[in-house]
Design a protein around this ligand. Structure first.
Ligand code: GCB
Length: 883
């Protein structure tokens, strides 16, 4: 149904288009402006036109200068400073036209020079901005543009600190936009100048309000006509309207167009993301001077403190993930295809929700959220702490305005948020500073809350808090409409079940609050596998245990409106030290977008479409060290993810066992002979999908083994499978009489976490091997046959703290004489007195490799002799060699 709103002019639209075709200004033109740029890292003055290319690198946007130096490159930190971009281009300016550049994202300060003149500046790395070129263009058509970009730390520009990398550069696309002298605003905080609201929507009809911000760049007052068409893609219009307005010379004007009582639409929802568009044409005396199409959708929603979220009158649990915008090794400079791929992954996981991590993301992300049906929580990058200054607060306010203006029309967005764990940095600040910090944070939160509500009365506001009492003590948690919680029970602290207890207490204390789990997640490294997974061990199994337990508790509590896993994808965090250095590996998919097991688990728990996926998507090998002479089979704990009731397992095409699916997962304990095996999953006797695995046995008695290669990870119960070579480091085993293993000592724990989780310098690919260790072992013994063996001992003396950031270590720390021990083999001294902390420095790996010939049936005995503190050893490898 087309609703004819008020028709001011009698001209029908098709006639107008014909007229437009014959005029000089043809509405808006938008073309990419990403190619042909030159880049130079470091400060230099490139503001004045020049054609020098020496010392300049040819680049295309998106571009960042931090794509490589945030990787494990042996150097701490990454370049935070100035970079220049420049480009010569041809543009013949035409009378009656306006020229703008739209920068979608530049991290984090940008200064633009056009033909040597300062054309504009922008602060903040996560929002778009427009720069007008018109007054600076050269009539000769030869133009020069340069951009000075700075990603240095600036205490007045959020984020001040955070667990992600602040890659610098022009890392989102740039467009050249041409309009007539009168146009939809290009100076409204980067917003489109056309804002669509749906204050009243029912399943039958709705009112659509469109707020136009118009600019008249001409020295005379101008009568303009706006033609508004509301339609679904390429189908007939639901409403049309013409409005005339006079915009005074060189001024802006706001006009509201109301299209009441529109019917005949489909509601927008995750299952049916029906998109509609407001097409706006701006005419001056019949000539089209600007035109713009903006998306929107018909939907209504609300949150209830008891029952959670409702979309279009129906209760909907919001479940999904957070997403950071980077992709190793491209930094934050992602192509639109890469953005789309991420959104597809999220949707395919069965999610209906996205939190754009800690900052506004690319237009492509919002467009895809609209089109795929993902509800969005978007926030500004106010993370960890604030600076007590007016400039800081003004920048934060500007970021909020930009985010809301720029993404106002996306129907997917339901929440504007403005602070993430803002008290996180308290622990590093002097006690006496805290009251002033709290006051400043509260005042800023109130300002941002009021601003968000004023700019957008139709959405909710939120803040993400962490498990820390100050939110309650200061009353900060009472300010936003939604209390978001970033909770890591069973990972950083407590255990899985504490999560539900914590939330139930919150609900009792704050029955009127809307509770949301803005983050929960556990790390995993696809090289680590354990039969006995434990908190903070980074094994694939523990990520599953955590994710399964917390997701279940969220789903079971109607008052929790939803939950977002942290994080959809492993992401770059230069300062982080976990099992994978410089990467936060809480992703459900790897940096190259390959699903980990936890992705399939979540898919099975959330999806309505049938799911059956194997566990161990990155693992093919199982190596078992026999525990007795009669132990000849390899135990394999196999699991699969599904939302069916049961799954049947077939081994080498023969039925093995049926298993009930519980919380998205079915499990089997198999005992397989060494060799290759084909596993398949059957539902109604279908044999797909298949998985091929290989099992290997290390016998109990080694005496009869002519060749040996045993690699043993010490201090932990997980296997480490080297992704480069497939070398399998089995979990540590204690010595058994007549067999082999480590004797004495215990696993290193710092606090309640296994290993050090420190950055082991220069061992990046093997960090997890070195991070865990046996403290105070006396001996490694193996009853091996006579022969020559290559022996490798991996060791490191470590910094004794529980968790730190890599960038705290500006230099290597030496501690001579802190830990000294000797090593001998079958009584022969190999190392008289190693002092790793003194000779090489703390956290510097020491790999000792030597050969030893075993004679007279003596077997192999590697002994550790303490002189000062206990000996430590992280891994041992023994391999028979010819000589
Ligand atoms: C959080 C932060 C997020 C971190 C995450 C983590 O609570 O909001 O920025 O990356 O924890 O992995 O520790």
């Amino acid at each position: 149904m087309t609703r004819q709103c008020v028709f001011i002019f009698g001209i029908c639209f098709s006639l107008v288009t014909n007229i437009v075709g014959q005029t000089a200004v043809e509405g808006r033109q938008k073309i990419s402006f990403n190619s042909g740029w030159l880049f130079s890292k470091g400060d230099r003055d490139a503001s004045l036109p020049d054609r020098a290319t020496l010392g300049w690198q040819s680049v295309q946007f998106p571009h960042t200068w931090n794509d490589k130096d945030v990787l494990a490159d042996g150097e701490r930190g990454y370049y935070r400073g100035i970079g220049w971009y420049k480009k010569n281009f041809r543009l013949q300016p035409e009378e009656g036209k306006k020229y703008f550049l739209r920068f979608e994202g530049v991290n984090q300060e940008a200064e633009i020079f056009v033909n040597g003149k300062a054309a504009g500046k922008h602060i903040g790395g996560y929002s778009a901005f427009n720069i007008e070129l018109t007054p600076f263009l050269d009539p000769s058509a030869e133009q020069y543009i340069s951009v000075k970009v700075d990603n240095s730390f600036n205490e007045n520009i959020p984020p001040l600190s955070a667990d992600f990398t602040f890659s610098g550069g022009i890392y989102r696309p740039v467009h050249l936009i041409t309009t007539g002298e009168q146009h939809f605003s290009m100076s409204d905080y980067g917003g489109p100048g056309v804002y669509v609201s749906t204050p009243r929507v029912t399943s039958q009809n709705a009112d659509v309000h469109i707020e136009y911000h118009l600019e008249n760049g001409n020295a005379y007052d101008q009568a303009l006509t706006i033609e508004t068409i509301i339609q679904k893609e390429s189908s007939s219009a639901l409403a049309r309207k013409k409005t005339t307005v006079i915009v005074p010379a060189l001024q802006n004007r706001t006009v509201e167009v109301i299209c009441p009582d529109i019917g005949g639409f489909e509601l927008w929802s995750p299952d049916n993301p029906a998109m509609y568009y407001v097409e706006s044409h701006l005419f001056k005396s019949g000539e089209l001077v600007d035109n713009l199409t903006q998306p929107f959708g018909f939907r209504w929603f609300h949150f209830d403190p008891e029952k959670g979220f409702f979309l279009n009158g129906e209760n909907l649990k919001l479940m999904g993930a957070n997403r950071h915008q980077d992709r190793i090794p491209y930094g934050n400079a992602l192509s639109d295809d890469m953005h789309r791929q991420d959104m597809r992954l999220l949707k395919d996981m069965g999610a209906n929700f996205l939190r754009t991590a800690h900052y506004p993301q690319a237009t492509e992300i919002l467009d895809n959220a609209d089109q795929l049906g993902l509800l969005v929580w978007e926030e500004i990058p106010l993370v960890n702490e604030v600076t007590i200054s007016r400039e800081h607060d003004e920048n934060a306010e500007m970021m909020l305005k930009e985010m809301i203006r720029q993404h106002y029309n996306h129907p997917s967005v339901i929440i504007w948020a403005y602070m993430n764990e803002i008290y996180w940095a308290h622990r590093f600040k002097p006690e006496e500073e805290l009251p002033a910090r709290n006051r400043a944070t509260l005042a800023l939160a109130r300002k941002l809350e009021d601003l968000a509500r004023e700019l957008d009365p139709y959405r909710y506001t939120a803040m993400a808090m962490h498990n820390y009492p100050a939110y309650e003590e200061t009353g900060l948690g009472d300010i936003p409409m939604i209390a978001g919680w970033n909770l890591y029970h069973g990972w950083y602290y407590g255990n899985h079940e504490d999560f539900g207890k914590f939330m139930d207490e919150q609900r009792l204390k704050y029955p009127r609050r809307i509770h949301f789990i803005s983050e929960y997640g556990a790390g995993s490294d696809v090289r680590l596998y354990s039969e006995k997974p434990e908190k903070f061990d980074f094994t694939i199994e523990e990520q599953i245990n955590f994710t399964r337990a917390i997701t279940r508790q969220i789903l079971d509590r109607p008052y929790i409106a939803g939950g977002a896993l942290w994080n959809l994808i492993d992401f770059s965090s230069e300062r982080r030290v976990d099992a994978t250095s410089h990467i936060n590996n809480k992703g459900l998919v790897t940096v190259d977008r390959k699903p980990k097991d936890a992705y399939y688990l979540v898919q099975a728990m959330l999806s309505e479409k049938p799911v059956s996926e194997w566990g161990y998507s990155f693992r093919q090998q199982w190596v078992h060290a026999a525990v007795s002479p009669s132990d000849t089979l390899v135990p394999v704990r196999m699991y699969a993810f599904s939302n069916q009731k049961t799954l049947s397992l077939y081994v080498n095409n023969r039925f093995s066992a049926e298993s009930e699916v519980k919380d998205g997962m079915a499990e089997w304990l198999l005992c397989l002979p060494p060799g290759k095996h084909l596993l398949s999953l059957g539902q109604n006797s279908t044999y797909t999908p298949e998985k091929r695995i290989e099992t290997t046995l290390i016998p109990f008695h080694l005496k009869d083994e002519p060749t040996l290669d045993i690699a043993m990870n010490l201090g932990v119960n997980y296997a480490f499978i080297d992704s480069r070579t497939g070398l399998y480091w089995i979990p540590e085993r204690e010595h058994r009489s007549g067999s082999w293993g480590i004797i004495g000592g215990k696993q290193l724990y710092i606090g309640d976490k296994v290993g050090t989780k420190e950055d082991i310098l220069a061992a990046d690919e093997e960090d997890p091997l070195y991070q865990t260790m046996r403290v105070d072992p006396s001996e490694f013994r193996a009853d091996v046959p006579d022969g020559t063996y290559e022996i490798e001992l991996l060791m490191v003396d470590y910094v004794r703290k529980s968790r730190r950031f890599a960038d705290e270590d500006k230099e290597i720390t030496y501690e001579p004489g802190r830990r000294v021990f000797g090593i001998s083999v079958n009584g022969r001294v190999v190392e008289q007195a190693i002092d790793m902390g003194g000779s090489y420095g703390l956290n510097v790996p020491y790999r000792l490799v030597f050969r030893h010939t075993v004679k007279d049936n003596a077997g192999l005995s590697i002994q550790f002799h303490p002189f000062k503190r206990e000996p430590v050893v992280s891994a041992i490898r023994i391999r028979s060699v010819r000589y």
